[in-house]
Design a protein around this ligand. Structure first.
Ligand SMILES: O=C(O)CCC(=O)c1ccccc1C(=O)O
Ligand SMILES: [Mg+2]
Length: 347
C-alpha cells in the first residue's frame, strides 16, 4: 500500500458568523492511498473543539502514513485521539475499497438500494432579524424546505425575534432549526425554547455547553427538541443515549473519527428512536462527499447540513455533490465519486 499526504487551505467566500466567532477559511490534509491499481482519497480538516488541532492532526497523519504500508488495523487504533486524522485515513481506505469493489461508497457502507439525492438544510448565519429573515426567504426560493439559523451570538430576545421574523417570512410549511453552538446557560436556553416554540422551531442544536448532559435532558419534552453536536466530540453516543440527553444527533464524521463510525452512531441512535442529521465542519469536497455517502447510506436520515459546498470560494476539485432544489446529489461512481483533487500544482 502506497500512502501520501498533502496540506491545503480553502477559503470561505463569506465568513460564517457563529456563537463561537467567525469561520473564514479551512486548513487541512488530503490523504492518498493506492494499491497499485486503484487510488483512494481521504481528507482531514480539523476544527477545534470538534477535533484535534491542525498541528496535532499533521503529526498524527505523518506518523500514520509512514506506517500505513504495513498494518491498516493498527493504524486506525493509533489514531483514536485524533479524530480528524483518523477520518482522513479511514476515508481514503474506504474510497479505495469501494473502488476495488466497483461500488459507490454509500452502498459499501451498507445501503441495499440506490439513492440519488439526500434532502439538506440551508444554513443562515447570525445577522439582524430582517436580514436573517431575508436570507431564509432566499433559501426557500432556491428550494430548501428546511432552514437552520445560527443563534447564541447575541442575546436571547434578539434570537427569538430573529426566529419569529424567519417564520413570518417563510410561512408554515418550512421546517426551522436553530444552532446555539453551546452558547447558553440553562435559564437562557429555557427562555429561548419558550420563544422558539411559537415559531415552531423543530429543534435547537447544542443549546447548552457540551458537558451539560443533565441540563440537555431537562430541556427535552417540550415542543422544541434538543440536538447534540459538540457533545459528541467528547461523549460517546452510548453515554448521550443513556443520559436521555438528545432527540437528535448531529453527526460530523470528521469529529467522530470517520465515515464508518458516523454511520454506526446513527444506527445505534435509531435503535433508541433518536434521529440523526449528518453534517460537516465546512469541509472541502473530499470530506463533504464522504459525509454525503454516510447520509445516503442511512434510512430515515433527517435533512442534513451538507449544503456548504457553495460557501467555499476555492475547493480541492469539482463538486460531484452539488445542491439542487433542497437536496444534495449522491455520486454513483465507484468510491467517493470525487475526481481531480490530486493533480500536480506545477504540472
Ligand atoms: O450543519 C449545517 O447546516 C452547516 C454546518 C454548520 O452549521 C457548522 C459549520 C462549521 C462548524 C460548525 C457547524 C455546526 O453545526 O455547529
Ligand atoms: Mg452545530
Amino acid at each position: 500500500m502506497d500512502a501520501e499526504i498533502r496540506d491545503f487551505t480553502v477559503s470561505l467566500s463569506q465568513p460564517l458568523a457563529t456563537a463561537n466567532g467567525e469561520i473564514t477559511d479551512r486548513e487541512g490534509f488530503l490523504v492518498r492511498v493506492s494499491d497499485g491499481e486503484h487510488e483512494g482519497f481521504g481528507e482531514a480538516t480539523p476544527l477545534a473543539p470538534w477535533t484535534e488541532s491542525t498541528a496535532e492532526c499533521r503529526g498524527a497523519l505523518e506518523d500514520a502514513v509512514s506506517r500505513l504500508r504495513d498494518d491498516e488495523a493498527a493504524l486506525r487504533a493509533d489514531l483514536d485521539r485524533n479524530p480528524a486524522a483518523r477520518h482522513g485515513v479511514a476515508l481514503a481506505l474506504a474510497d479505495l475499497r469501494a473502488k476495488q469493489h466497483d461500488r459507490p461508497l454509500y452502498r459499501l457502507l451498507g445501503r441495499q438500494s440506490e439513492r440519488r439525492w439526500v434532502p439538506v438544510n440551508a444554513t443562515v448565519g447570525d445577522a439582524a432579524p430582517a436580514d436573517t429573515a431575508a436570507a431564509a426567504e432566499r433559501a426557500v426560493e432556491e428550494g430548501y424546505e428546511t432552514v437552520k439559523v445560527k443563534v447564541g451570538a447575541g442575546d436571547v430576545d434578539r434570537d427569538v425575534e430573529r426566529l419569529r421574523a424567519v417564520r413570518d417570512a417563510v410561512g408554515e410549511d418550512v421546517a426551522l432549526r436553530a444552532d446555539a453552538n453551546g452558547a447558553w446557560a440553562r435559564d437562557q436556553a429555557a427562555r429561548a425554547f419558550d420563544g422558539f416554540a411559537d415559531a415552531d422551531v423543530r429543534y435547537v442544536e447544542q443549546p447548552l455547553p457540551a458537558d451539560d448532559l443533565a441540563g440537555l435532558a431537562d430541556l427535552r419534552g417540550g415542543r422544541v427538541g434538543v440536538a447534540v453536536d459538540e457533545t459528541l466530540a467528547t461523549h460517546s453516543v452510548e453515554g448521550v443515549l443513556d443520559a436521555d440527553a438528545a432527540d437528535v444527533l448531529v453527526l460530523k464524521p470528521m469529529a467522530l473519527g470517520g465515515v464508518e463510525r458516523a454511520r454506526r452512531a446513527a444506527v445505534e441512535a435509531q435503535a433508541q428512536q433518536v434521529a440523526s442529521v449528518v453534517t460537516t465542519t465546512i469541509d472541502a469536497v473530499v470530506a463533504r462527499a464522504g459525509a454525503v455517502h454516510v447520509a445516503a447510506s442511512l434510512p430515515g436520515v433527517l435533512p442534513c447540513g451538507l449544503a456548504t459546498g457553495d460557501w467555499l470560494s476555492t475547493d480541492l476539485g469539482p463538486d460531484p455533490c452539488f445542491v439542487d432544489d433542497g437536496a444534495v446529489r449522491v455520486p454513483q461512481d465507484a468510491g467517493l465519486g470525487v475526481h481531480g483533487v490530486w493533480e500536480d500544482d506545477d504540472a
